[in-house]
Design a protein around this ligand. Structure first.
Ligand code: SPV
Ligand code: MG
Length: 541
């Protein structure tokens, strides 16, 4: 972002020793396009702003409607805007109010023309148009200069003498009067197809103050001619609107005739380009920072490849995740809990009797090596299936029930790796199945509401005096965390000795590599189904 104010930028442009150029825009989007093309300034054209509203260039759009439009243009860009302020929308008093309102919107400069309100475009019967009284117009310039509070704000006086059929003498007389009244520059306009009038004017005018031109009609003049004659600023006054009109007409006619998009699609800006111009990416970043995380953008991976031998014959014809509890497979309960908080993107890793795992609306990844591999192999296969599309993801098990509180809370934390630890572990050794006991930077207490707790070690062999709880089988990884996890798993599992490794080995590796693993404490809210007893309890859960 430029530190120089827009008004100073414009003043620099006007006073520059080079020939400078500004280009028309008529709304926020076209203003942005002008800026991206590399122009150092924008012409807020009266013709094209009124045209894009669908009205005539006769002050049919009110000045406040023009102002509202300018506000969008100014907000969308960092470069200065020179407003085509027509006749100043009234007398000296209206001009003063206009200047104050323009300054409030960071509009850098205004150009007013010496005609009568309501004005008519210079190229419509210009010779028949009356000019403003010169003294009255000088008063308007003085009033405008007195009203500005920013010294750099510029007022350009536009001399319409040639347009209205007067000659060089009148043009010079008026230009001199406006210059004396305080105008920062003179716009000399001509409707001829050749630059003769403006060149003759410039020759006589010399360098009394900067001269601005609008070569709409004398467009074939080589730019070098303007440069050689010492013109300060060229305005390309209406060309974006005109090019848009041509394209829009062609597109509309083709669509009407063909009733099909095929011949259009490749010739127009993709929707992604519109999003880019609107700054959609910036909002997405901001949403991450300021909104409570919306679970709809989250994913879950459920590890459910193993049989669950401990449940004996119950798992003869289906894996544990499909055992019914209250008439519904365990996996359905898990999916319901994820769905309830808005998580729909769920990947299930299946292995043992995979055909028996066929609930709808899930993505399946098969670990056909389930009998000879462990949890990490399943997890890696799931992560590989998501490569390039990582998002915030909860990793959990196909046989651990939980209520919504768990995923909801996990997604509110922004760190890359976040796990849940149940501090009410009560000496139950079966918890080691999930990887074991956790020692954290602090035990669970009221105090931890005000501080962040991290994992220090996790495993089956943590000395009892150091145990702060058990890992419950939930790990949330950010999109970045998921990518890192995949890299770590790729290198861990390249070692055949690690084929059967489980989540506790992953945590140990993460800690060894100095990753921070945020711990959230809970008491309950989950159930690990590891025995027939657990199954009975699950009915109550
Ligand atoms: C405009 O762009 O609105 C102008 C320039 O005032 S011209 O249309 O040439 O008058
Ligand atoms: Mg105009």
């Amino acid at each position: 972002m430029s530190k120089i104010t827009k008004s100073r930028q414009f003043k620099n442009l006007l006073l520059s020793q080079e020939l400078e150029f500004i280009c028309e825009a008529h709304n926020g989007l076209s203003a942005k396009i002008v800026e991206e093309a590399g122009f150092k300034g924008i012409w807020g054209s009266g013709l094209t702003i009124s045209a894009q509203f669908g009205v005539r260039d006769n002050n049919e759009a009110s000045w406040t409607q023009v102002l509202d439009n300018l506000e969008f243009m100014s907000d969308a860009t960092q470069i200065p805007i020179l407003l085509d302020g027509d006749t100043g929308y009234g007398n000296f008093n209206n001009m003063q109010r206009l200047i104050r309102k323009l300054e409030q919107r960071h509009i850098a400069a205004v150009c007013i023309e010496d005609k009568l309100f309501p004005k008519t475009n210079s190229f419509l019967k210009g010779e028949a148009q009356p000019m403003a009284d010169m003294e009255e117009f000088c008063g308007k310039i003085k009033a405008g200069k007195d009203a500005q509070t920013d010294d750099d704000f510029c007022i350009i006086a536009r001399v319409e003498a040639f347009i209205c059929g007067w000659g060089l003498t009148e043009a010079l007389r008026r230009a001199e009067a406006y210059h004396q009244a305080g105008a920062d520059g003179i716009l000399i306009h001509s409707a001829l197809a050749v630059p003769d009038e403006i060149l003759a004017f410039k020759q006589e005018w010399g360098d009394r103050c900067p001269v601005v031109i609008v070569p709409t009609k004398y467009y074939s003049t080589p730019t070098e001619v303007f440069r050689q004659s010492g013109i300060s600023l060229v305005i390309w006054a209406n060309h974006l609107l005109r090019s848009a009109v041509t394209t829009m007409q062609k597109t509309a006619q083709t669509l009407k005739a063909q009733e099909h998009l095929l011949s259009i699609e490749d010739r127009i800006a993709p929707v992604s380009e519109i999003f880019r111009l609107q700054g959609a990416a910036e909002l997405q970043d901001a949403e991450k920072r300021y909104l409570p995380q919306n679970a709809e953008n989250m994913a879950a991976i459920v590890l459910a490849a193993s049989r669950g031998d401990e449940l004996g014959e119950l798992t003869e014809d289906k894996p544990k995740t499909m055992i019914p509890i209250q008439g519904m497979p365990i996996l359905s309960h898990i999916i319901d809990a994820y769905n309830a908080v808005g998580i729909k993107n769920i990947t299930v890793v299946r292995g043992y009797l995979k055909e028996a795992v066929a609930l709808p609306n899930l993505t399946y990844v098969d670990n056909d090596d389930y009998a000879t591999t462990g949890e990490l192999d399943s997890l890696l296969k799931a992560l590989r299936s998501k490569k390039g599309t990582f998002q915030d993801t909860i990793i959990s098990y196909g046989d651990v029930l939980f209520n919504q509180y768990i995923p909801q809370t996990l997604f509110q934390e922004h760190e890359d790796l976040v796990m849940f630890v149940d501090s009410s572990w009560g000496g139950k050794t079966s918890y080691t199945r999930l990887g074991g006991f956790a020692e954290c930077t602090e035990p669970n207490s009221r105090k931890v509401f005000h501080s962040k707790v991290y994992l220090k070690q996790l495993g089956k062999d943590v000395p009892e005096t150091s145990i702060h709880g058990v890992w419950m089988g939930f790990l949330k990884v950010s999109a970045k965390g998921a990518e890192q996890l995949q890299d770590i798993l790729e290198s861990m599992l390249a070692d055949p000795a690690q084929r059967k490794a489980g989540m506790s080995q992953l945590f140990q590796e993460l800690l060894r590599q100095n990753y921070s693993i945020r711990v959230l404490y809970t008491v309950g809210h989950w159930l690990d189904i590891n025995s027939l007893d657990d199954l009975l309890q699950a009915g109550e859960f």
